[in-house]
Design a protein around this ligand. Sequence first.
Ligand code: UT7
Length: 330
Amino acid sequence: MANVSTVILGTGSYAPEKILTNAELAAMVDTSDEWIRTRSGIRERHIAAPGEATSDMAVAAAKRALEDAKLTPADVDLLIVATVTPDQTVPAVSCSIQHKLGVPTHAACFDLNAACSGFVYALDTACAMLSSGRYRHALVIGVEKLSAIVDWKDRTTCVLFGDGAGAAVLGISPQAGIGLIGSKLGAYGDSVDLLCIPKGGSTHPTTAESIAAGDHFLKMKGKEVFKIAVRAMEEAARDILEQHHLRADQIGLVIPHQANLRIIEAISQYLELPMERFYVNVDRYGNTSSASIPIALDEARKAGRIKPGDITLFVAFGAGLTYGAALFRW
Ligand code: UT7
C-alpha cells in the first residue's frame, strides 16, 4: 500500500501499586540506597501484587491506550506483545490478553521476545504489517513482570528491575511525512550468555538441581553489558539519523530504554545532545525491559513533552544482545 503513514494514535501505561524503595531493598540484600542511586540512578520500582499477572498489567495499559486513541478492543486486528515474562511459556500471552481485553478472534495475536529492545522491534513489526494494507489498527504492548524472574538474593540484579506495562495503538494515515520515519534493528548473538536465564529452556529443562542452583533466575554480567549497550545504542542512533539525513539536534525528544541513568548520560554525551532532550524515569521504575520505552512514551506525551511536528527517537538495547532505534514524526 503506497503513500500511507503509520502513526501512533494513542498510548497508555500501568504500574502496579506496590512501590519497593532502595531502603527496603537494603534490608533484604547487602546493598545501600547510595550504591543503587549512584550506579544506576534508580530510587524505587513497582512490583506486581501477588496474583497480578503479566496479562493483567498489559490489559490495564492497553485499555488506557485504546481510550486515548478513542478506539475500542473491537477495532484491533493486530496485537503484538513484547515481553520476556509471559504468563506461561506456552501459549503466547498475547492470546490471554486478547481474551481478557475482548479483542476479536479475527485479530492476529503473537508475542515477540527481543528483551529490552522488544517495544522498538514490535513497533517496527506493527508498522510494516500496517503498511501492507492488511491490518487497520495495531495494539502494541510492552509488558514485564520481572519480579518473577529475578533472584531476590542476588544484589547484582534484584536492585535493577521492576514491573509494569506500556501500550501504543497504531493505525494508518493518508497524511504524508508523519509517523514512522525509519528504524534500525539488530543483534549481537555472540553475546547471549551476558544476560540470560541459563536453565529451564528446551536445552536444559528445569531440574531440582537447576532450581537449587538458582539457574531459573535472570543472570547478568553488568559491566560487559553496560559497555556494549552504550556503543550499540549510540551506533543505532547515529545510523538511523544518517540514513534519514537528520542531525541529532533535530530530535525533539529521545526516549531511551531505561536501564541505567549512566548509560543515558553517556549517549547524551556521545550524541552531543543535552540531557533535557532525553526522557528519564528510571529513577521511579527501574529497568522494566520491554515496558520501559512505552511507559516513558506515555508519560512524555501526557506531560506535553511531544508536540505535533516533533521528531522522537526511540533507542533500546537488551538481552540477546538486541538493539533497536526508531524515528517518529508526530
Ligand atoms: O536492560 C538490559 C541491559 N542492561 C543493562 O544495560 C545493565 C548494564 N549494566 C549496568 O547498569 C551496571 O553495570 C550495573 C548497575 C549492573 C553495575 O554497575 P557497575 O558500576 O558496573 O558495578 P560493578 O558490577 O562493576 O560492581 C562494582 C562493585 C562490585 O564490588 P567490588 O568487586 O568492586 O568489590 C560489586 O560486587 O559493586 C558491587 N555491587 C554492589 N554493591 C552494593 C554489585 N551490586 C551491588 C549492589 N549493592 N546492589
